[in-house]
Design a protein around this ligand. Structure first.
Ligand code: SAH
Length: 430
């Protein structure tokens, strides 16, 4: 915790920009992309029968030709949803401090990979990299590189513009990275389609609103046992889709439901489970940490699958490819999938995490140095958006995966003399 205090003192004032200035101007939806995914799904279902919700979600979001994430810039005031890094620069700055703090606490490895999954418009990475360059004295000669896992060619272009200006090259097909370049501050930066393509080595992994976009299976408890919820053609309107419950068990319903499950309806995201397993095994073998931030629950919620379009709730089965589809992240499932080789912390609320990271004193300093009434009002508004329990403060959760060695030295210490030594997960020891 002292490390964090030192870092916060070292970090000079940085400029805050507000989401109004940073958000995208519009999203360009084409009717064609809607009808093409819908037509494709209808002919598929006609040929082979109902599809799982996971298959539906994957097609709608990441179909290589017309998927929602593949074709569009959906973030910001003109898009479908707004995220914390887009609301206020301070969010990324505090996460940047967290990354450096974990690197220091883990023994200042001579190489340091910052790996972000699903970087959106690149705002979070940009704010973090600014903190890195301001903490140059702390990071010294460390071999730092940036690795982005992004499925969307369109968003990877935004990220490249945001993080590299025009210094970006496209790689050959035979290389694991499909893009590479150099950041504004001169660090090597690479883009990949999959986490397994990121080189091995000490890494801090960040995933902000990434896991909620991964496909989920839905299951309903029936008199005959657990059954999978599937997507079928509506018999009353063959151009529309509807949910049905499968008559017999599916492979997914036989392997994904826990024996002791007490809920009546369950959503499981096996793709998220596989990704967190990969993060965990890398963290166990190569060192490092992961910070997963998303809306979610600890194995308690049931039906959370929903759609967003233009900041409004949207029927999930309407216009696939034109609306965001999302489901709350089940952190208890992620924890289970990390196995026994790593330590997990959280989930704790965004409010607690940001308060523990010192968001209040940061706001105070900024307000002290700012005399423009409208900018001051924006500072207060974005702070409130991030931490108000009724807004993002309680909805969003922070969950961390750490190398077991990270906390080993604290085992056996008196609880009251040794606060949890991981920044953000305990109150600042002032
Ligand atoms: N982290 C950003 C963006 C969140 S939107 C923010 O908080 O502002 C989800 C991001 O994950 C987008 O960049 C999307 O293109 C990416 N994404 C979604 N599914 C993915 C997948 N299967 N593999 C890699 N990236 C994915």
């Amino acid at each position: 915790m002292r490390t964090l205090l030192r870092l916060k003192r070292l970090m000079p004032e940085v400029r805050w920009t507000m989401w109004q200035n940073r958000s995208c101007s519009n999203s360009s939806w084409s009717l064609e992309s809607n009808t093409s995914i819908l037509k494709h799904l209808i002919s598929k279902i006609t040929a082979t029968g109902p599809i799982s919700v996971a298959e539906y979600m994957k097609e709608a979001l990441t179909n290589p030709v017309a998927g929602y994430y593949v074709k569009n810039d959906m973030l910001g005031a003109g898009g479908d949803f707004i995220t914390s890094p887009e609301i206020s620069q301070i969010f990324g700055e505090l996460l940047g401090v967290w990354c450096v703090s974990e690197w220091m606490a883990a023994g200042k490895s001579s190489m340091f990979q910052l790996v972000e999954l699903g970087p959106g418009r690149g705002s979070l990475a940009s704010d973090i990299l600014r903190v890195f360059s301001q903490l140059k004295a702390v990071l010294g000669e460390t071999d730092i590189s940036v690795h982005l896992v992004e499925v969307s060619p369109k968003l990877s272009q935004f990220q490249a513009e945001c993080l590299t200006g025009d210094k970006m090259q496209t790689c050959n097909d035979d290389q694991p990275a499909y893009r590479s370049g150099s950041t504004h501050t001169g660090l090597p930066i690479y883009w990949y389609h999959r986490i397994e393509d990121v080189p091995r080595g000490f890494s801090v992994f960040l995933a902000h609103e990434f896991f909620d976009a991964l496909p989920i299976h839905k299951f309903q408890k029936t008199e005959k046992g657990w059954r999978e919820v599937m997507v079928d053609i509506d018999p009353e309107n063959p151009e529309k889709l509807r949910f049905v419950v499968s008559h017999s068990p599916t492979l997914a319903s036989s392997i994904l439901i826990q024996n002791n499950e007490s809920r009546q309806h369950v959503e499981v995201c096996p793709e998220g489970g596989v990704i967190v397993q990969k993060l965990a095994s890398r963290i166990a073998e190569d060192g490092g940490a992961a910070l997963i931030v998303d809306y979610g629950h600890d194995g308690t919620k049931t039906d959370t699958f929903r759609g967003f379009k233009g900041h409004q709730l949207h029927n999930v089965l309407e216009a696939p490819g034109m609306a965001d589809l999302t489901a709350d992240v089940d952190f208890s499932y992620l924890r289970k999938m990390t196995g026994n080789e790593v330590t997990c912390l959280g989930p704790i609320t965004q409010r607690s995490f940001l308060k523990n990271m010192g968001i209040d004193s940061r706001l105070e300093v900024l307000l002290m140095n700012c005399h423009d009434p409208s900018t001051r009002a924006q500072f207060i508004h974005s702070y409130d958006m991030l931490i108000n329990p009724e807004k993002m403060g309680h909805r969003f959760q922070f969950f961390s995966v750490l190398n077991q060695g990270r906390l080993a030295q604290y085992k056996g210490m008196q609880k009251n003399t040794a606060p949890l030594p991981v920044a953000g997960f305990a109150e600042l020891d002032v």
